[in-house]
Ligand binder design. Sequence first.
Ligand code: ZN
Length: 239
Amino acid sequence: MTDQLYLNDTYLFESDARIVEYKKDERDMSYILLNQTIFYPQGGGQPCDHGKIICGDFEYAVRDVKQIGDEIRHYIEPFKNLMQNPSENSSVKCFIAKNRRLLNARYHTAGHLLGNIVKELHPNLKAQKCHAFPGEAYIEFCGDEVPNEQLLSEKLQNAIEKNSPTKIFETDRRQFESIYYKLPYEIPESKKFRVMQIGNYPPIPCGGTHIKSTGEIGEMTLKKMKQKNGLLKISFGVV
Ligand SMILES: [Zn+2]
């Protein structure tokens, strides 16, 4: 199992690693598995990191990272049409695109904040999906209520100006539910899971990348609110 360095440090943009395996998938696309990685695989409504992996004299571009089962697949493409199959056990240097990582983490954290504030204003609205891809981000809630757009904007602005810290910690179901709220889905009692919390808002289980504090979100705008058949979709952007 790959050690997921991105879970511990959003701001780690380069690292050493070792190639555990070089493989091809069912589409004949080449990918490598590493002993540890800074590359976030697409998931949880957040896009994957891009970057490069340097192995000896060869540089491989990484534009797709997927988690399939236990595998974190770094799909590699050769630069300048040169491709030498990387050898297993080789030491490599990994670099991720810093601006893309930070923009994704800002969008993702902004999604959490929006979810927290909507929940605070309208406890009956249940967030069911967060898609935080830059330029097309939205959260979908179940419920008939529609927040007041101006009030919601002001609350978001105040929370960003307050610069509340984000916190990551591990817990288990029993501990989490005894302190916070009943989880809306099953997690085995013995399983430890990662939780993210903004300031004093209720925490939420999450495996994404987050910025240190709400101030780093910068400028956040509400783009559109649409209520249809008991589903509320709020689109947002981060500048
Ligand atoms: Zn998250």
